[in-house]
Design a protein around this ligand. Structure first.
Ligand SMILES: NC(=O)c1ccc[n+]([C@@H]2O[C@H](COP(=O)([O-])OP(=O)(O)OC[C@H]3O[C@@H](n4cnc5c(N)ncnc54)[C@H](OP(=O)(O)O)[C@@H]3O)[C@@H](O)[C@H]2O)c1
Length: 99
């Protein structure tokens, strides 16, 4: 997988960050997507400090403009994308939703 390129959305924390870490540990170059630049870059710096091949990309999955901009950036800088992990989202507390 050494030449593979992945984009993980919602990668600044939680499951997205862990997926990024595990893919990068396998040699995949990971674009870590986050809607907030500061939070995203902090997560990227953390994984880079562990020697992992990751890079920040800004993407808010609820904004078509942001998604289009990120897609254009990937196309321009890399010309391809092998793996998309669309992880970004919120976990609803169904107990509270129902009651
Ligand atoms: N944890 C579970 O038990 C569980 C179970 C089933 C499914 N899931 C799903 O797995 C995914 C990750 O869960 P998690 O537990 O890791 O959640 P988490 O810790 O709350 O992380 C969610 C991530 O998604 C990002 N995000 C939210 N809205 C976004 C948007 N509009 N654009 C870009 N990024 C956005 C958050 O960014 P910010 O930091 O900027 O908010 C954060 O990085 C979610 O889709 C969740 O529904 C989780």
């Amino acid at each position: 997988m050494a030449d593979s390129l992945a984009l993980v959305t919602g990668a600044n924390k939680g499951i997205g960050k862990e997926i990024s870490r595990q893919l990068a540990a396998k040699g995949v170059f990971v674009l870590m997507g986050a809607r907030d630049r500061e939070r995203g870059e902090k997560a990227v710096t953390d994984l880079q400090a562990r020697g992992l091949p990751v890079e920040f990309i800004q993407i808010d999955v609820t904004s078509q403009t942001s998604v289009d901009h990120a897609a254009a950036e990937v196309e321009h800088l890399h010309g391809r994308l092998d793996i998309l992990v669309n992880n970004a989202g919120i976990a609803l507390d169904w107990f509270q939703v129902r009651n």
